[in-house]
Structure formats: C-alpha cells, structure tokens
Design a protein around this ligand. Sequence first.
Ligand code: 44T
Length: 860
Amino acid sequence: MSNSSTRPRRIVRRRRNHVEGTAARDALIFSSLQSAQHCIENQDYGTAYAHYLLVLSLAPELKETAKESFRFTLVKWADELDALSRIQDLFDCFEQALELFPDDEVIHNCMGEHLFRMGFRDEAAGYFHKAVKLNPDFADARENFYRVANWLVERWHFLMLNDTQRNLAYQRAIQKAIQKGCNIVLDIGTGTGILSMFAKMAGACQVYACELSKTMYELAKEVVSANNMSSDISIFYRKSFDLEIPKDIPERVSLVVTEIVDAGLFGEGIVETLIHAWRNLLHPPKTQEQGIGSGRFGRVIPAGAVVFGMAVECPEIRRHHRVTEREVGGLSLAEGLEMSSPVCNKSVSSSNEEPYTTERMSRVPGGYRPLTQPFQALTIDFNNLQELVAFHQKSPCRLHLPVTDDGILDAIVVWFVLHLDDENSLSTGPGEETCWEQAVYPVQDLIHCAVKPGDTLVVEVNCLDYYLRIFTVAVLRSEDAVDMEVIPNQEEDSKTVGCEAELCSALANLQTRNSNKRKNCVLETAEMALLNNVPYHDSFKAVFNKILSQLKQDSPSQAMDVDSNNTCETDCGKKQVGLSLEKIPDPMYVLDVSEGFSILPLIAASMGSVKAYSSVEKQQHQAALGTLAEVNNIPSCATEFWLKHTSNDNSILQRPASDKLWSIVILDVIDACGLIRQEVLEKAALSRCLLQSGGKILPQRVVMYGMLVDSQTLLRESSVQGTEPTLGLNIAPFINQFKVPIHVCLDLITLPCVHLSRPVELLRLDLMNPHLSNYNREVKVPVCSPGQVTAIPFWYEIFLDEEVSICTFSKPSHWKQAAVVLDKAIQVQTGDELVLDIQYEKSNFSATVKMLTNNNEDNK
Ligand code: 44T
C-alpha cells in the first residue's frame, strides 16, 4: 500500500455529480476514475496513468479537480519508467502531461529533475526556469533553478554588462564605424543584445544578430523588445556558421561586431568564426582605392588584438596544479607517481581541451610575483582574411625572455589588448580594473624551477589548433651564457645541452623516460590542492590514531599485526588494490566516502590492524592509490575499493562484512566550492546505524560561520546594477531573473569588501548527535562598522573531534568560500543589530535578513 499521507484524496464520489454528458460517457469516466484509484492503491501507476489520460481527454472539465491525483500518478509512474530505463516512454508521458497541463509548475519541475538526473543539464535548466516563472513561490523548483542557473546564463554576463568602460569602448567604436558608412550590421554571439542595440542607436539601417545559446537568444529577444527595437533588430537562434545569404540575411553585411573571445582570446572560436564570416557574410574588406563613405566594404569590430604574456611565481597556482609536498599524512608522494592537474597534463598539449585555466591575478590569494617583463606573444588582424587563414599554419615561435626577478617559475599568465578600432581598445591585463580574468598556463616540465635575474626563459608560442599554447621549453642559466639547462620533472634528471636541436631531442627523451618510469594520474585542481593540504591530512591522521587506539583498548583482541603467511581476505568480493598473500586478522574497518581522489584510506591503512575502504571511482585514481600503497609499504590487502559499481547511493554505507561494523566512516561534508554537500545528514544518519560501539563519523561536527560585509564586487558579479553601466539600456531586470542568492568559489581573503560585523556562528551540524544540530534558527549579528550590508560570506570549522578541527577559510585550504548576496542592500550603523533567519532544509542553506534593530541612540 502506498503511504496514506502522500496518497491523493479519493475524488471519485465527490466528482461524480460534476461529470456531464451522455450516460455511457459518464459511466466510462466514472469507471476509469474508479479504476485509476484502485490502481493507485495497488501501486500500479502505469495503468492508473492511462486511466487518467482517458478521463481527462473525455472530461477536460475534471482537470482542476483531478490535477493532484494526476500529478501524483505521473510522478510515481515516471520514477518507475526511469528505474526501468524506459526513457522514451518517460518523455512521452511528460509530453502528454504537459499537453493537458501546459502551465503546471510541478510537472515542469519534475520533468526537469528527470532530465537533470540523466545528464541533460541545459534542458533541465529550461524546465526549472519555466516552473519558477509559473510559480515564483514554488520552493523546490527555485532550489533546482538556482543549482542550474549558472549553466543557463554564465556569471560573466553580469560582469561584462556591469563593465561601463567596456560598454563605452564598444559603443564608441560601433558609432564611428556606422558614421563611416558600415551600416548593415551583424552581431555574432549577441548575448543580451547590447552591441546590436548600440548599433541601432548609432543609426544602423539593418541589424542582424545571432546567438547559439537558446536561453541567451530568448533573453536577447526580451531585452530588445523592452527597449523598443524589436522591429529593427532581427535575432537568430543560430550559430553564425549556419546563417545563410540571402535566406536569413538578404545581402552581405558591412559590419560584424562581436565579442566571442575568452580569457585566452581564441577559446570561443573567433578565428574560425571570422574566417567563415569573411567568406560568407561580409562584404570584402576595404581596398586602397575605396574612398570613405562608399559603404560597400566590410569590416570587423574588434579590428585586431595583441596577446601578452608574463612569467610569474605564484604559490596558489602551484599548489592547485602540481604536487608540492614530498610527504603528506606520513605517506611519501615523491616516488613512482606523477600527478598533474588537467591543464598541466601532457596529453592536453595534443588534445582539444583548453590548455589553460583562468584566474583573476589581482585577487589570487597570496599574490604573485612577475619574473619577466610582459612580452608580446602574438598579434592578429581580424580584418585580414589571409592572415586569419594562415594563423593556424604559422610555425611555432620561440621567444627569449630575460628573467627580471628571483623566484620559482610557476606559470605564464596571458592577456590581450583588443583593438576595437584604431582609437578604442580594451585591455584584459592583470593590472586593469576590468571584468576580465587572465589565462594561466601552469609550467609543465620544469618542476620547482628557481630562476634569477640573468637567466633567460625560452618560451614557445603556437596556435597549431584551436587554442593558443604557450610553454617554457628551457632556462638559459646566467653562469654560462652558451649552455642551456633543461630542468625536467625530477631533479636527478637535470641535464645540460648545447644547442636547440639537442635540447628538443633531450626533452622528447625525458618525456618518454619519465612516462615509462612514473605512472601518470590527473587530478582536478581542487583535488590537487587537497592532496597538498598537509594540516588536513595530519589532522585526520591524529584523529584516526586516537579513535583506533581507544577502540583497541576497549577490545584488545583486535590489536594484531599483519600476518604475512595468510591469504588475503575477500569478504566483500571486491577487486583489490593489488595482489597479496597477506591477511589482517580481525581488523578495524574504515570507510572513506569522500568525493574524488582521497588518500585518507591509505593513511588509515598505514596504521596497521586496519582495513580501509576507498570509494574513489576513476580507474586512474584507483591505480594511483595502488602505487602509493606499494611505495609506502602498505600491504595491498589493507585497502579495498568499496562498491564502486553500485548505482544506488545508499548502498555505499553497507556493513563491511555481515558480522562487522565500521570503526570510522569519513564523510566529505563540504564541497570545494564552499557549500555543504547534498544529503550529508542522510548519509550521517545511515552511518550512525553502521558504526561499532565507540566508532566515529568524521567529521563529528561542522560549524558554519559568517559575517556581514559590504562588497560592491560581489554585487557586480551577481546582478546588473541598474541602467547606468549599460549606458541607459534596459537590460538589468531581464538578465537579473537569472541571479542566484548564493555565490560559490570565492576567495574571501582577497575579495574587496568592508567587514561590518565579526564572524558569528550561523549553523551547526552534529553528525554524531543530530539533536545537537541547529537547522532553523535566528541569529543576532551586532554591527561593528557603518556601511551597506550587501552580502554574508560564510565558511566552516570542521571538527574531527573535540580538539582537532580544520577551517575551510585558511591558507592551505583546498576549499573556497561562498556568500549569500542580499536582494537589497541594508544600510547599517555601528551598534545596530541584524537578525538573520537561517534555514537548512533538504540540503539547502539560506540566510535572509529578518529585521534590523537600531540600538544606536543617534539613529533613534
Ligand atoms: N567569458 C569571459 C567569455 N557565441 C566570453 O553563446 C570576462 C569569463 C569571462 N553565437 C570571467 C570573466 C570573463 N555564433 O552567449 C555567448 C555564446 C555566443 C556564438 C553565435 C557563434 N559562432 C558564437 C560563438 C559564441 O556568444 C556569446 C558570447 S561568447 C563570449 C565569451 C567577462 N570568466
């Protein structure tokens, strides 16, 4: 029987009187409703659903009254179809349901959830968005929408639209070009339509725009219409490559405006896009003979760009891209294994993946130190088709850069100046106050390479495929101006060679030698920073020790050494790290259900008498753990992989063996982005049932702290600030529909902000004693400086036990911070008190300002 509290009310009898029509029709409707009800009671949702479809198609007047039961049946039936992988049937069902109830927010939301689970994130996002639009108070849909809003509208749109200087520069360049006669305009990658509207306002005769993102296209249409330019600007939901003349646009255009550039300039495909545009959509460029005002030639804004680079020392980049520690938690990381971030990985040099990450260098925690002067890496003319075509065929160029300061060579930082025309330009440089981040190319082969003034870096720049690639191939040492020194991955392999040809073959050799010797493992940047987080692992090690010794004391029979004559036990029948003939008699069981790569099971296993289970999933990561176990002499039977193939999340927390319970379960409570992970409380509840007496969940408790700040920067990153930055155009209310209340992945330490209160405790999750947790509460925050409260950044103290804790807002942390950005800024004075309403429900955290109490005499 289904749960009576969730089962819909019986509607058959009540509705009988409302059913109209012929007796036969009435009878059919009545019996179908009865059958539907009956099927629901028997949990036969498929048949119930079919009955409802029949009833509602015969008697649409019953829609409103049957809605609740219909939704209930649909949700249940969809779950079943999903479990049976009957995907087509599932979507057919939703299609029928939406035909009957096109404005039903619950059905939209539910459809979104199924799409999301299947990995169709963008489509899911569309349904959540529609559900919220239909009912802004529908909390489930709102939470779902917030989770995916970033995919629909990337956050940089807010930054770009708030960047007045950028908007002004484009506006001026567009005005100038149109005044000179280029008045049929195509805006490629229109986003919200801002450049198209500039063109229209500057007097363009015709404006066409294209946008490949459905959401942005729809947004652009809304914005253009709100600014009364719908009849003047034709917008296509299309990639520029798919535009045709004369089908879409009657004739070739005289001006292309575009900003399809990323931090590395070429990552959005500007070169390919403009080659296509010159060949198919634009008038040919102006020739020497053409006079001003003829208007029959084509041009592009931006006219060209100059790309710059600079070598830097930056510990923050270093710890996110390579292993900086020889030993972590008592384990040696130095031997047998080469671990690198995705962009440092050699295979990236030949793949289609972006060979760089991005960073706002002005805000990188711990700062950076230039090791060379900025150098010009390349220039490109977007108005020259031949140059664009030849661009990817250019042979790589080598630059010799004098080192100007002592330091470790960590990365080459790249930015560009975009020349919109000969008078207006934008720089994305690290010293500029702009919306732009810089492209960062962490060093690959030259690990821990100290350089000093007098040395010369040999840097190679190439654009052989889609991306600009830039890397240091050698360092010429000052001691001997003739010799070159190559510093490869391992110090013992250092070698000096005489000429560039030798240098190249030496490098090639080194790469093969290294890859033969050391296994390669790619870690995400947060995983790498976690691996380098020494206090984190030391804290866990100390607490493992305490818990395990206490348990041994309580039950001395468990303390036995590894007996190397026995065969390895296979209680779970799972694949083991490696082959071994050893067995740990009566071990204590440790389970690590951390997300991603974690060496905590090895640290636990290195303590002896422990069998540790890892839930890492990637094959490469499992192999890396195997190698680390081997080089650290951890018997292979002391670690295993736990239920790596199960699809059901709950089964991850089963018993280690039928007669065993866990001594320690490690839960990964806080995501690297700064949010509490989904369903940690549910996982903790399950874990508590499976702990042996005296066993512990780690962490045992998590306390969230937050404070009041005034951060105009956060505001600019979260919503468009009125019409001023967009030069009078009305864009903010439309794009701001996509703002989210919580910002993640912040570096609070460098976030420009004024602190308006001290840190206060916001929330407490006790994973061992749920009744000590505090999920919904009011928190009073005394204001200590006058200002505007715009945001509440937050972070966590993760308590492994009463004495040992780890703070997520600390120098070695691999965690970033998050912040609630308030809908409306609140003016406060010293002495005021804000009351915050804190909620933590269904894995969602929210904080709203409930009231402002004014304790300051002067303000009364
Ligand atoms: N982000 C910069 C990159 N498009 C800007 O769909 C700077 C990142 C950034 N449409 C922090 C700060 C910043 N045909 O909506 C997009 C995209 C669309 C096209 C039609 C085409 N061939 C294309 C190519 C792209 O153009 C829009 C702009 S792309 C700009 C990327 C603020 N993080």
